[in-house]
Design a protein around this ligand. Structure first.
Ligand code: NDP
Length: 273
């Protein structure tokens, strides 16, 4: 699978999300199996957060990566209300315990909250010195927020990005590309909703004997510096998502998608879920 550089490592351009995992004990076996299948298919970056299932998703990830920690690039996130000088290390310890590992490769601030950024960064830097995290980054930050980080070594920004939500193309994405800051695209297949029924995506999918979800993923990762983290429980979905990394969209395909979902021509508010 095509890889890109993220936080000093080479990671696949498609990884695995875990939101909504770890919420229901009876789904656990399936969730663990889906993540393991994903790793086998090359989706070796796993994105989690202390928020998902209030720790439940990290527990699931911990079980899925048992005995394979070295094959996986782990991302997790701290709640904004825990992003204080004392709160960050305590939250990180809890995440490490649930994940069953000694190190999170990339640790993100889930979104901006009330704690001063300088405090959060200081705490992240201490964790980095202690080797408990590889690098740190942010999520749901727009250009102004990223400016406020100054020269600090933010390794990535994770934001909403798919054909239905392309406001970031106006300034955030070029800004990050210009600075070599990778963008992690969340909800890359629109949470499996209406996007997958759009006529343009269906037509492009038909041209490539692919599925609309694969087209959405190929579209999200079509340019440099962007990786997608679809979440999938269904084994067919996992396999499809891995195979999407090899799908190349033509100029005609892109034009059809542009006509259905026009690019932004002015600054719009950062979209979030
Ligand atoms: P996604 O866009 O990844 O969509 C997930 C949904 O799509 C699930 O219902 C899944 O079904 C379905 N699906 C997956 N693959 C396919 C496929 N090939 N064909 C058809 N349907 C498919 O939405 P998410 O909200 O999960 O976003 C992805 C990840 O991004 C999250 O899991 C999380 O890790 C991260 N995230 C981060 C946020 C942030 O604030 N930083 C906010 C939101 C998400 P099934 O599971 O049944 O296979």
């Amino acid at each position: 699978m095509r890889t890109m550089e993220l936080a000093g490592a080479h990671v696949p351009v498609i990884g695995q999300g875990t939101w909504r995992m770890g919420e229901d004990r009876s789904a656990r076996k399936r969730e663990v199996a889906a993540l393991r299948l994903g790793i086998e298919q090359g989706l070796s970056l796993i994105d989690s957060a202390e928020m998902y299932g209030e720790g439940g998703a990290e527990d699931v990830v911990g079980e899925a990566i048992q005995g394979r920690r070295d094959e996986v690039f782990l991302v997790s996130k701290v709640y904004p209300h825990n992003a204080s000088r004392q709160g960050v290390p305590a939250a990180c310890e809890r995440s490490l315990r649930r994940l069953g590992t000694e190190r999170i490769d990339l640790y993100l601030l889930h979104w901006r909250g009330a704690h001063p950024l300088a405090e959060t960064i200081e705490a992240f830097e201490r964790l980095r010195e202690q080797g408990k995290i590889g690098q740190w980054g942010v999520s749901n930050f727009d250009v102004d927020d990223l400016h406020e980080l100054g020269d600090n070594a933010c390794a990535a920004n994770q934001v909403l990005y798919n054909p239905e939500a392309r406001a970031i193309e106006f300034d955030l994405l070029p800004w990050q590309r210009g600075r070599g800051m990778p963008l992690m695209a969340y909800c890359p297949i629109g949470q499996g909703g209406e996007l997958l029924e759009n006529a343009a995506l269906l037509e492009v999918a038909h041209r490539h004997q692919a599925t609309p979800a694969q087209v959405a993923l190929a579209w999200v990762i079509r340019g440099d510096g962007v990786l997608a983290i679809p979440k999938a429980l269904d084994a067919d979905h996992v396999r499809q998502n891995a195979a999407a990394a090899a799908l190349r969209l033509s100029a005609d395909d892109l034009a059809l998608i542009d006509a259905a979902y026009p690019p932004a021509h002015r600054k719009l508010a950062l979209e979030m879920v």
